[in-house]
Each structure stands twice: as C-alpha cells, then as structure tokens.
Design a protein around this ligand. Structure first.
Ligand code: HPA
Length: 271
C-alpha cells in the first residue's frame, strides 16, 4: 500500500505545484456547498488520480479540490466513497491516507444521517462524539503496515475532544442548535426497517448512516485528529416511520447545510 500511496502523493504534488494542505475535508451527501466558500486553486478529478477509486453516484461529483478557506490551506473531497457502491474498505479510506501524507493536521467530516433519538429532529445537526461500527468489514483488516499506524489502534476517543468543545462553543455563540451523540454506521444501501431503527436506538446510537466510520478508523490509525458532524436528514422513529425519499433527504441536507458550513468554517479558522 505504501508504494501506491507514494505514487498518488507524488502525482498530486506534481499537479498542484507542491500544495501543502493543513486541513482535510470530506463532505457528505448533499453537503458539498462548503467548497463554494473556498478559494479554489486546483481541482483534480478522482478519475485522473492514480490509484484513486472513482465515485459512482451521480450526485457525488468526485473531485479533490485544493484551495484556501478561512486563511487555511485545505484539501476537500467532493464526493465521498461508500461501501455500498462496491468499493473495498481499503479503497474507501485510501484518500484519507493520501491527505495525511500530503500534510493535513486535522480531518473534518460531514454526513447525512437518520435520527434515532426522538429529541433530534430532521434538519438538526449532531456533532459525533462516538460511534458504533456495524459495517461488515474493517479498513485495517489484513497485514498491518507499522509505518502507517499500530496493529491495534486505540479508539477510546476517536473524535477530537478539543474540536468537539470548540464546535459546541461556536454553535452556541451563533445560536445554532447542535446536538452531540453517537453515530452508527451500517452498510446500506437499503434504509432500515422499523425493527432495525428500534434496535439501533436500543444499542445506544443517536443517528444512523452509511459512511464516516471507515475514514475515522483510518484517521485514528494514523493519529490524525478528526471532527465529524451529521446533518439529520430524516427520522428513523419506528412509531411513525415515513417512506424514504432521496429528494426529501437532499432537500433537508440543502436546508441545514448553511448551519453546518458556518460551524466548519469557524472551526477551520480556529485550528
Ligand atoms: N439510515 C441510513 N443512512 C442514512 C439515513 C438513514 O435513515 N439517512 C441518511 N443516511
């Protein structure tokens, strides 16, 4: 893997004239708008980057974007990769390793998720404090490369406490309601049954989604601090479960996005 990583990093450095990002950003479904706030200097299509998996969802545009945001040099993945698209966990997390090798010091992640907690409503934000991994594979499975990280990475605090506290403070100062909670990752692509939503709530999760956890595991493996936030796009409340609508989820994500963007911008300015 190191050889592939080095090849990819060399290609990107060549194409971006040795751009050295300090911050990495992965934007979730319907949440790509933070990129509009960036002063973009370079964009590379995943399809043109050696060893990069190609995003297959049409509403994910699949670009690595370099530029500045809040005075910080950032690299943003527009279009994240999901397990349900058929990629291996190693493929999904490859870009996180690349961003770390390009020099990022913090990783910021967003996703769209379903609420499981009756107090967390559609359109609300939830800072992820902890997670449960119910995806059927792990990006660290296989021979461990100790140049990248330890065989048994610690996960006692996978989301950076300082960033969580700063984000909470920021949200309060600009009057944005922002919950904190536990995210559970499932493989998808189907949505949950009522019984599954009930089960996920019982095991201790506040929100459910199909992403983020693989990237966070790999970031922790490399000792890269992570901040992650969910936009709650639907309510997985078994007593009153509405049929799933992608249009509705994208519409809710679009409506809540400015709040998320404001918090991420404030955080990025502060690191
Ligand atoms: N379940 C799983 N993934 C999701 C959901 C959900 O309810 N909403 C957005 N992503």
């Amino acid at each position: 893997m190191l050889r592939a990583l080095q090849e990819t990093v060399d290609y990107i450095k060549r194409k971006t004239e040795n751009f050295e990002p300090e911050v990495g950003i992965i934007l979730g479904t319907g949440l790509g708008g933070l990129v509009k706030e960036m002063e973009v200097s370079q964009q590379l299509l995943y399809a043109n980057i050696p060893n990069f998996p190609i995003s297959t969802l049409e509403f994910h545009s699949g670009k690595l974007i370099f530029g500045t945001l809040e005075g910080k040099k950032v690299v943003a993945m527009q279009g994240r990769l999901h397990y349900y698209e058929g990629y291996s966990m190693q493929q999904i997390t490859f870009p996180v390793r690349v961003m770390k090798m390009l020099g990022i010091k913090n990783l910021f992640v967003s996703n769209a998720a379903g609420s499981l907690n009756p107090a967390f409503k559609k359109g609300d934000l939830m800072i992820i404090e902890d997670h449960i991994n119910l995806q059927p594979d792990n990006p660290l499975r296989g021979i461990n490369d100790s140049d990248l990280g330890p065989r048994f990475p610690d996960m006692s605090q996978p989301y950076n406490r300082e960033l969580i506290n700063k984000a909470t403070e920021l949200a309060r100062s600009v009057d944005i309601a922002c919950h904190k909670g536990v995210y559970v990752a499932v493989s998808g692509p189907n949505l949950e049954t009522k019984a599954e939503y009930r089960y996920l709530r019982i095991i201790g999760a506040d929100a459910v989604g199909m992403s983020t956890v693989p990237e966070v595991i790999v970031a922790n493996h490399m000792a890269l601090p992570v901040f992650a936030v969910s936009v709650l796009t639907d309510e997985g409340f078994p007593e009153d479960l509405q049929p799933f609508s992608l249009e509705d989820i994208l519409e809710t994500a679009g409506r809540a996005e400015p709040k998320m963007t404001e918090i991420l911008k404030g955080l990025i300015a502060s690191v």
